[in-house]
Ligand binder design. Structure first.
Ligand SMILES: Nc1ncnc2c1ncn2[C@@H]1O[C@H](COP(=O)(O)OP(=O)(O)OP(=O)(O)O)[C@@H](O)[C@H]1O
Ligand SMILES: [Mg+2]
Length: 430
């Protein structure tokens, strides 16, 4: 009841609504974010999460039918909770095929004013499209790295208001295979949803977990998910580098399964409930009993044993992330070190292990660090970072003011009951 009145309380005061849909390899989740007319404060109105019914092996959509169903469940839950009718969603994308290409654009500034304005910046950015982009690729972001005015005055981050007759931009262009976007659209269409913004995942995740100082000073964002670990560097408020390491939480569970000689679901449960990844910080070495399947004998492990199964793989993930940061040539500019996020960062001991491996300050980032109103506590988990960031990206970038439609519920109580059952069931499984 409380959640429903929250939406009605905001009611007509809502100026914009944006929905983030994270189609991850482990889960699909949707976050409904609203911005109020009065103070523009963002409020989280609804959250829906569905663990993938079939775990993709490569790429996030390797079974369209299952993905469609997972999206449907996540969206339905978010819709019931927020009472907002969802028709358009912002979706993230990242895979080994994403291209990050250097590019440049040049325009002349009209001699009548010679002061660079927003329109000039937009013009020069549209000139920065690479000419050799494969035909089956689609540009999703043109990210200005620096501007140069009249050939000489260089390394400018924001040229608006400066005078000059020629504006040049050095940019990074993010492009993705068109087919990937088509597959996402297909899954959405089958749920009567429209694709809003398509966003490079680290850009979205950064918006949810990094603060302004981190964006500006220089920070590495390391998102350890299910199948991969995304590494990104932000300096001067701009994405400067990203890479994907093909290891994540699934590889940790797989190691445990092999070494413990248990089935995957048992290894996953032990990882989530008793996992630790830094032996020197393990306080209580209690025993864990894993029941035997179909009359087999139960097995006993200690937490330190489990830690020995997890730590090497986590260390490998962080070491590969560090190598990637080194190869960027920007590692010495990371004044604020590393921010960790993604579901795998719920394993105890990650911050201590990461500090050892990275040799720089490390903190754990979750979306609630940004103090949103509404259901900010519900999204206070590192696996919600990308979905929240996608919703924020949608709010920041939507220019059209679409009418916010509310779901009409005849029997709010009954639906609420069903909604809470779904949420409780999901968290019970964790
Ligand atoms: N409480 C927990 N303790 C430890 N690990 C957890 C916990 N909850 C979730 N995980 C792990 O987090 C991982 C999923 O993280 P996340 O949701 O960030 O991935 P994803 O975004 O779906 O995947 P990807 O980004 O690789 O596509 C899984 O491997 C899961 O086992
Ligand atoms: Mg992810």
């Amino acid at each position: 009841m409380e959640k429903k009145s929250k939406t009605s309380e905001l009611g007509k005061d809502i100026e914009k609504v944006s929905v983030g849909l994270d189609i991850g390899s482990w889960k699909v989740c949707a976050v409904v974010l609203a911005q109020s007319q009065k103070d523009h404060a963002p409020t989280i109105l609804g959250v829906g999460i569905k663990e993938r019914r079939s775990k993709p092996r490569y790429g996030k959509i390797d079974n369209i039918d299952y993905t469609v169903k997972d999206i449907e469940e996540a969206i339905q839950t978010a819709m019931l909770q927020s009472n907002v009718s969802i028709s358009k969603v912002n979706v993230g994308i990242i895979n080994q095929n994403v291209k990050f290409t250097d590019s440049r654009g040049i325009v002349s500034i009209s001699s009548s004013h010679r002061v660079i304005d927003e329109e000039d910046v937009q013009r020069v950015l549209s000139e920065a499209k690479p000419s050799d982009l494969p035909l089956d690729y689609k540009i999703i972001h043109i990210l200005p790295q620096e501007y140069i005015i009249n050939n000489t005055f260089g390394k400018i981050i924001n040229p608006i208001g400066m005078s000059g007759s020629k504006l040049e931009v050095l940019a990074k262009v993010v492009s993705v295979p068109s087919l990937d976007v088509e597959n996402i659209s297909l899954c959405l269409k089958r749920n009567n949803l429209e694709l809003g913004e398509i966003v490079l995942e680290p850009i979205a995740t950064g918006l949810a977990v990094l603060d302004e100082q981190e964006f500006e000073s220089g920070v590495a964002l390391v998102d350890v998910g299910e199948l991969s670990t995304e590494v990104a560097i932000f300096i001067d408020g701009v994405l400067r580098y990203f890479a994907s390491v093909p290891l994540g939480g699934r590889h940790i569970t797989d190691d445990m399964r092999t070494l413990m000689k248990v089935v995957y679901a048992q290894a996953e449960e032990v990882k989530r409930n008793y996992g630790h990844c830094y032996l020197p910080m393990l306080r209580e070495d209690k025993q864990i009993i894993v029941p035997g399947i179909k009359g087999r004998k139960p097995m006993t492990f200690t937490r330190s044993q489990i830690c020995r199964y997890i730590q090497p793989r986590m260390e490998e993930i962080f070491t590969l992330a560090l190598e990637s940061l080194r190869s960027s040539g920007l590692i010495n500019k990371l004044e604020l070190g590393v921010v960790l996020t993604g579901g795998s960062m719920l394993i105890e001991g990650v911050e201590d292990l990461a500090s050892q491996v990275f040799g720089m300050p490390v903190r754990l980032g979750t979306p609630s660090d940004l103090n949103y109103q509404g259901l900010s506590q519900e999204v206070n988990k590192p696996y919600f970072s990308t979905a929240v960031g996608l919703a924020i990206y949608g709010l920041k970038n939507s220019t059209t003011k679409e009418k916010v439609e509310f779901v009409q519920t005849e029997d709010g109580n009954a639906k609420k009951g069903k909604f809470w059952d779904m949420v409780i069931n999901f968290f019970k499984k964790l």
